[in-house]
Structures are given as structure tokens and as C-alpha cells.
Design a protein around this ligand. Structure first.
Ligand code: THU
Length: 134
């Protein structure tokens, strides 16, 4: 998996963030098992609660195009107008939503710290995911 390419796609997505309320722009790049990339950015709302995280925007784009198998997601976030330097990990809601669509032990989260890629699995970030038997 090309982590540098995915982080670069996440940065492109971050440039589209609509984050006038928090002033914190996030970009995500979700890659399918066969290598297709779906980008997402955070989209805030003046009534706050409907605000969307970058990760869930990317996931919704992919699922609505029929994608079902995912390998990894790269995420970058920082105050709008600044270059990201600290790693940006998915929030608890996004971890749970992603968990329903991926293999927890294999799906990789890619973040960047001081220009260096860091990777971990979703099961490391969400060790006891809620599972609802369908
Ligand atoms: N945000 C994301 O898009 N993804 C994350 O992983 C963390 C937080 C957004 C939500 C909100 O628009 C802003 O960042 C500040 O929380």
C-alpha cells in the first residue's frame, strides 16, 4: 500500500474542508481493496450536530458507489490554514462506523506525524467494537 500517495490524497481532500465553525480542517483518503481512492473532507453545519467528519464523507462516497471492501484510510487534520504536524486519528463515531464495513484486524489507519507516516489497525483503535447481529 502506498502510504505516501494516500496521505497526499488526504491533503488534497483537506483543501476542500468546510469548517468555518471549528476552524479545523480534515481530509481523508479511503482506499478499496482493489486500489480505488475515495476522498472526503469535514463538512460542518451552523447547527453543529449534522456536521460530518472527513472519514465518514469518504466512506459514504465509496459505499454509495457500490464499494464493499476497504484496505485503509489516511487522515490529516490541523487548524485551517496551517500545515498538519500532529497525527489526526478518527473520532469514536467514525471508528465505530468504519468497523461495520472493514476487517478490523486488517484495515489500516494511516496518520502523519512531523512528516512521517504512522500506521495502526482499526482493531488497535477500537478493541471492543459494538457488534449488532443482523
Ligand atoms: N473531524 C474530522 O473530520 N475527523 C476527525 O477524525 C476528527 C474531527 C472534524 C469534525 C469537525 O468538523 C472538526 O474536525 C473539529 O472537530
Amino acid at each position: 500500500m502506498d502510504t505516501a500517495k494516500l496521505l497526499s490524497e488526504a491533503k488534497k481532500a483537506r483543501a476542500m474542508a468546510y469548517a468555518p465553525y471549528s476552524g479545523f480542517s480534515v481530509g481523508a483518503a479511503l482506499v478499496t481493496s482493489d486500489g480505488k481512492i475515495y476522498r472526503g473532507c469535514n463538512i460542518e453545519s451552523s447547527v453543529f450536530s449534522p456536521s460530518l467528519c472527513a472519514e465518514r464523507v469518504a466512506l459514504a462516497k465509496a459505499i454509495s458507489e457500490g464499494e464493499k471492501e476497504f484496505a485503509a484510510i489516511a487522515i490529516v487534520g490541523a487548524p485551517s490554514g496551517e500545515e498538519p504536524k500532529d497525527p489526526c486519528y478518527p473520532c469514536g463515531v467514525c471508528r465505530q462506523v468504519l468497523s461495520e464495513h472493514v476487517d478490523l484486524k486488517k484495515f489500516t489507519i494511516i496518520t502523519e506525524e512531523a512528516g512521517k507516516a504512522q500506521t495502526c489497525t482499526l482493531s488497535e483503535l477500537l478493541p471492543s467494537a459494538f457488534v449488532f447481529e443482523k
